[in-house]
Design a protein around this ligand. Structure first.
Ligand code: NAG
Ligand code: NAG
Ligand code: NAG
Ligand code: NAG
Ligand code: NAG
Ligand code: NAG
Ligand code: NAG
Ligand code: NAG
Ligand code: NAG
Ligand code: NAG
Ligand code: NAG
Ligand code: NAG
Length: 745
């Protein structure tokens, strides 16, 4: 009994084995030849000698019919294929049952001629993927055969010229991806003949002309991505006919006119991004009725924000910043609203309290800066428990900073600067354990600096300048060992400075206060400090020689004090200002004048070169930051996405929409320039680029249709600049600020 059952088991195993290996003999031979060819030709780890040569259906990238008789899918993605030897193509052409052929991520500069001629006759391929090769030339030469195609991905290549009218003959196509090429000209007007088209992706090309009105007739369309081109004219009025459209990406073009009302009728639309265009007029009422993500930033929209815009049920993110919107902020906001940017408009009135019962928006990011808002900061803000980034800067807010701020323990960035806030800084702020950036500058705050601020262990930037603060700098500040920048200028601070945060780097600004006595010894330990501003105080006594030994210093401002004695000799690269100290004397120069001036010339030439490079970088980066976007489908998730880890690796940056190679060329150019002046030691341009791109990558999530809620600090900063030569930083945006609140808790 037992032996017979094991006999049966044995037989079935043999049968199973036989069944699973019954690939038709011709294809088995073909595959083994292909295996041999690719293994000697290329060094890929996917097919190697350890593979079961008798069963190609088990190889990586190979898929067969359920009974194993024929190969239907073949992926030679990342097989290091190049133009040098294209004999693989004749083998592929022999697999008559092939339906899907993936050749992405190779080094093909042209399509093997054989593939276009003999394959076309013998195969009925439905899915062709040539993404991420180096394909050049016109699309016309490519579009000669394969009329049965359903999926055609030619993205990330170097195709140029126009999109041929012939494309409209591919009647069965449902996905056409031509993004990231150098295509110009306009969209063929006959595009609506592609009546099965679901995804039309034309992003990142040089396409011009209008979006053809006939597009509204492709009712199968689910995704239309036209972002990053040079399209002009208006959005077709009948766009509302696309009753299945889920994603409409039009950002970064030259589109004008009004946002058509018919968009509000598309019940399936989840994501609409039309930022960075020249749209005018008012935002249609009901535009967010079905949307999750709306981005209309960087346009010329005016009028009021429709009162229902923020209150729709499915809404996750809204970005209307950088327009000319007027009137009040809507009084109702949806519970699901996660990120709201209304900065840089003409909004006025008070900050609304969006809370009725339990329906508080789950806001994590709230940017209302650069408007005309007035009134008090509502204490009800404590209800936004998840608030991480909060920007009310550059408004006309009055009253005091509410103590309730201390309840928002997920806050990482707070910007209240350039308002008319008064009263004391609430000591409760000291409880914000993960706060990174606190800016309350340019207000009317009074009283002393609460010592509790030194409990902000993650704080890197503290800006309290230009207020009416008095008293002394709390001794406990010496323990803030993440702090890189301390701006206290323009207050009424006085007293002895016993202890300072030792990791300060970007700047220590104590100017225009009422400090007296000798320059404090505690400065001695600030070995990373780059800019020290002690000007406009009443410091007295000599200039201590340890100041000349501070290794990172680039600028020191000592003017308008009561300093006396001999000025010590600073490194010629340090910019020193002494003016307005009447009793200073200078040492006689003991070096030949010529050497000194040569030194100065070299230093200033170097400085000019560095400045130029910095400018180039700033320009590139600022362009990039405005160009960056994200076109991925929005996946709803209430958790902020982890951005930080993505930012650090090159591979991840490759996956962004940035033209990384182009800028990397610039990077090596920049670094060679810097190295030539031999200042290169302190500047690592490649790293800075990587970080800049990381930041840009992070920014990508803030426009367009983010794949999920993303948190990034400090986006109000308009200018992009390198604040500190040693610190990887772009304006106020810095890698360390690209953060994930969910990780921090
Ligand atoms: C494959 O890799 C080996 C060692 O890594 C190298 O010597 C050989 O040239 C490579 N062959 C090809 C075709 O790249
Ligand atoms: C052969 O490929 C398999 C995966 O298909 C891999 O695990 C193995 O390490 C490879 N062997 C060699 C020698 O590269
Ligand atoms: C395997 O299945 C395909 C259809 O998927 C069929 O055409 C073919 O005849 C089958 N072959 C065998 C040996 O059963
Ligand atoms: C073959 O490829 C098509 C298109 O990519 C895919 O939809 C299908 O699932 C694949 N079939 C198998 C068996 O992997
Ligand atoms: C084409 O291949 C690339 C890289 O493997 C992949 O990311 C992309 O999704 C593929 N395109 C389609 C339409 O499947
Ligand atoms: C398009 O698909 C239909 C139905 O699947 C088929 O009959 C027709 O032959 C296909 N057209 C081409 C050009 O392959
Ligand atoms: C796009 O077209 C403009 C003007 O014709 C040209 O200057 C630019 O280099 C083109 N860009 C690309 C990526 O081809
Ligand atoms: C498209 O670019 C090609 C060069 O790649 C140029 O010759 C042609 O004039 C351009 N066409 C349009 C419509 O801009
Ligand atoms: C859309 O299709 C209808 C019916 O075929 C046609 O009358 C109309 O002109 C088309 N609209 C556009 C803008 O092409
Ligand atoms: C705001 O919501 C409340 C309560 O749901 C409602 O009564 C009121 O009409 C709404 N206001 C506006 C302007 O939509
Ligand atoms: C805060 O976020 C969590 C998920 O991270 C969510 O479950 C919760 O509802 C949010 N709370 C508020 C008040 O928005
Ligand atoms: C700020 O508000 C005051 C009244 O509270 C007003 O006089 C002043 O003009 C406003 N400033 C700006 C810049 O709007």
């Amino acid at each position: 009994m037992r032996s017979s059952s094991s006999y049966i088991l044995f037989i079935s195993l043999i049968i199973l084995h036989y069944v699973s290996c019954q690939l038709q003999p011709s294809q088995l031979t073909t595959m083994n030849n292909l295996h041999k060819l690719l293994q000697t030709n290329t060094n890929n780890s996917k097919w190697n000698s350890s593979q079961d040569l008798s069963n190609p259906c088990s190889w990586t990238g190979v898929a067969c019919t359920p009974n194993g008789s024929s190969i239907i899918n073949l992926s030679l993605s990342s097989f290091s294929l190049s133009d040098v030897d294209s004999s693989w193509s004749s083998l592929v052409c022999q697999i008559e049952t092939l339906r899907s052929l993936e050749l992405s991520n190779n080094n093909l500069a042209s399509i093997p001629p054989l593939l276009l001629s003999s394959c076309d006759d013998s195969l009925e391929v439905l899915n062709l993927n040539f993404s991420s090769n180096g394909l050049t030339g016109l699309l016309t030469s490519f579009l000669s055969g394969f009329r049965s195609l359903q999926v055609l991905d030619l993205s990330h290549n170097w195709f140029e010229g126009g999109i041929p009218e012939r494309i409209t003959e591919y009647r069965n196509i449902s996905l056409l991806d031509l993004s990231y090429n150098r295509l110009n000209g306009s969209i063929p007007t006959g595009i609506d003949q592609l009546s099965n088209l679901q995804q039309l992706i034309l992003s990142f090309n040089n396409l011009t002309g209008e979006i053809p009105p006939s597009i509204s007739n492709i009712t199968s369309l689910k995704q239309f991505a036209a972002n990053y081109n040079r399209f002009t004219g208006q959005i077709p009025n009948d766009i509302g006919q696309l009753i299945g459209l889920e994603q409409l990406l039009l950002y970064a073009n030259h589109l004008t006119g009004e946002i058509p009302n018919s968009i509000t009728r598309i019940t399936t639309l989840k994501c609409f991004s039309a930022n960075q265009n020249g749209f005018t007029g008012v935002i249609p009422q009901g535009i967010t009725r079905y949307l999750s993500n709306l981005d209309l930033s960087y346009n010329n929209l005016n009028g009021l924000i429709p009162s229902d815009l923020l209150s729709q049920l499915n809404l996750l993110t809204v970005d209307l910043s950088f327009n000319s919107l007027e009137g009040y902020i809507p009084v109702n906001a949806s519970k699901s609203l996660f990120r709201l940017r209304l900065g840089s408009n003409w909004l006025r009135g008070e900050i609304p309290v969006w809370s009725s019962g339990n329906d508080t928006p789950s806001l994590a990011y709230l940017e209302l800066g650069y408007n005309d808002l007035s009134g008090l900061i509502p204490p009800e803000l404590r209800l936004y428990k998840n608030l991480s980034l909060w920007d009310l800067s550059h408004n006309n807010l009055t009253g005091s900073v509410p103590r309730e701020l201390g309840d928002l323990n997920r806050l990482q960035g707070v910007q209240l600067d350039h308002n008319r806030l008064s009263g004391e800084i609430p000591s409760e702020i000291g409880g914000l354990e993960i706060l990174v950036n606190l800016n309350m500058s340019w207000n009317l705050l009074s009283g002393s600096i609460p010592p509790s601020l030194s409990r902000l262990k993650m704080l890197t930037n503290l800006d309290l300048q230009v207020n009416n603060l008095s008293g002394q700098i709390p001794d406990s500040f010496g323990s803030m060992d993440k702090l890189l920048e301390l701006q206290l200028g323009g207050n009424k601070l006085s007293g002895v400075i016993r202890s300072l945060p030792t990791k300060l780097k970007i700047a220590l600004n104590l100017s225009s206060n009422s400090f007296t006595g000798p320059i404090p010894d505690s400065l001695n330990r600030l070995t990373s400090l780059e800019v020290l501003d002690l000007s406009n105080n009443r410091f007295s006594g000599g200039i201590p020689s340890f100041l000349t030994q501070m290794p990172s210093l680039t600028q020191i401002l000592l003017s308008n004090n009561l300093l006396t004695g001999l000025v010590p000799r600073f490194n010629p690269n340090v910019i020193v200002s002494y003016g307005g100290n009447t009793n200073l004397s200078f040492p006689p120069s003991n070096q030949p004048a010529k050497t000194v001036s040569v030194g100065i010339v070299v230093a200033s030439t170097a400085a000019v070169v560095v400045l130029m490079v910095v400018t180039i970088v700033a320009v590139i980066v600022s362009r990039k930051i405005h160009r960056v976007n994200d076109n991925e489908e929005s996946h709803h998730s209430s958790q902020p996405e982890v951005v930080k880890s993505r930012l650090l690796t090159l591979n991840e940056i490759y996956r962004t929409n940035l033209d990384f190679t182009k800028v990397m060329k610039r990077a090596s150019y920049a670094s060679s320039v810097v190295l030539k002046t031999s200042l290169g030691t302190c500047l690592d341009w490649n790293n800075r680029y990587i970080i800049a791109f990381g930041v840009a990558n992070g920014l990508a999530f803030l426009h367009g249709c983010p794949p999920g809620p993303i948190i990034l600090l400090d986006l109000s900063s308009k200018g992009i600049m390198l604040k500190s030569l040693n610190e990887a930083q772009i304006g106020d945006i810095e890698l360390s600020k690209v953060i994930d609140p969910s990780k921090s808790t």
